[in-house]
Write a protein that binds this ligand. Sequence first.
Ligand SMILES: Cc1ncc(COP(=O)(O)O)c(C=O)c1O
Length: 356
Amino acid sequence: MYYFRDDLQQKKPINIDVPHKKTMMCLNESSLNPLERIQTEFLEKMKNVPLNRYFNNITGQLKNALSEYTKLPADHLIFGNGADEMLFTIFNAVRNDNNSFAVSLAPSYFDYKSYSGAVGLGMKFLYLDENFDFSVDEYLKLCDDENCKLAVLCNPNNPTGNLLPDEKIMQILENFKGLVLIDETYFEFSGKTFADKINLYPNLVIVRSFSKSFSSAGLRFGYIISQPQNIRELEKAMTIFHLNLMTQSFVLTLLENKDIFLNHTKQVIENKQVVFNELNAINGLKVHPSATNFLTFTIGEKTENLYNFLAENDIAIRAVWHHPVLKNHVRVSISNANDNAQFLNYVKKFMSKFYE
Ligand SMILES: Cc1ncc(COP(=O)(O)O)c(C=O)c1O
């Protein structure tokens, strides 16, 4: 007897296949533990947030703080447990029946496929070309189907790191009749957003995260920006107390101290440039420009050997070579100056062994 949805039986469990090493440069996390910087303020706030209650006015305060941060009215926002939960909610809310599907570029954020699969929403992919660009006509052709409920665009794109051309995103917003989801998880690193166009496009939904710039991957906080009528519909597909009051208090504290994290972001962007320049100067290594907190690069056939060499030396980076567009590529998350220097040292050591 199988107790679950028919399509779940064929699916693989969702898991993240990364090595666990002393120096973690594989999940685009921050090297800063936010609690170290805001512990006193957070604990002070928690004194007024009794955890025996479902409701607390912290929720309203957080909405207002996020509204100030995004420069949008509070009725344009909903939040939850990470960008992942926001993606899951959107996928769940647009799925109409077994024929419903979404369109995404590929390679892109791996879990679009996991979470759309989890709610029984199909997904069709258009491959990026070797410049990580795409044909908007081809994209719109894939979307031109009454069962296509969602167009997904990751901007900047993970794992390629690049921003998609503005005019192509606009063309999709203007020509696709369904919802267009722009994933701006790396917004604070790219400085690029479509949030200022939210009132021009009733089909636009933006997803953002506090895991990257706000250094809080383990906290799990993300949010959606859209017009109020979309926010109301999405709320119908969520449970009411899904985001605990402790997380809400912590996020409010993060926002009240946002300069710490935005300055840290600036530092990461500078560190990224240093790592980029150093990698770029290595013979036989190709590194791609990136508007995020990671760099994607290749040394060709020997990339997997380099990945293993780094792992043997307790440094975890991410294998992203499974998609043909990123054959022989790996991705490294920018960390603090110490980790970055260590990473660069081992890359240089490996390259001198093989190439000189
Ligand atoms: C493009 C993209 N979207 C969403 C997420 C998930 O973010 P969160 O940790 O907020 O769930 C990630 C995480 O790496 C990501 O790279």
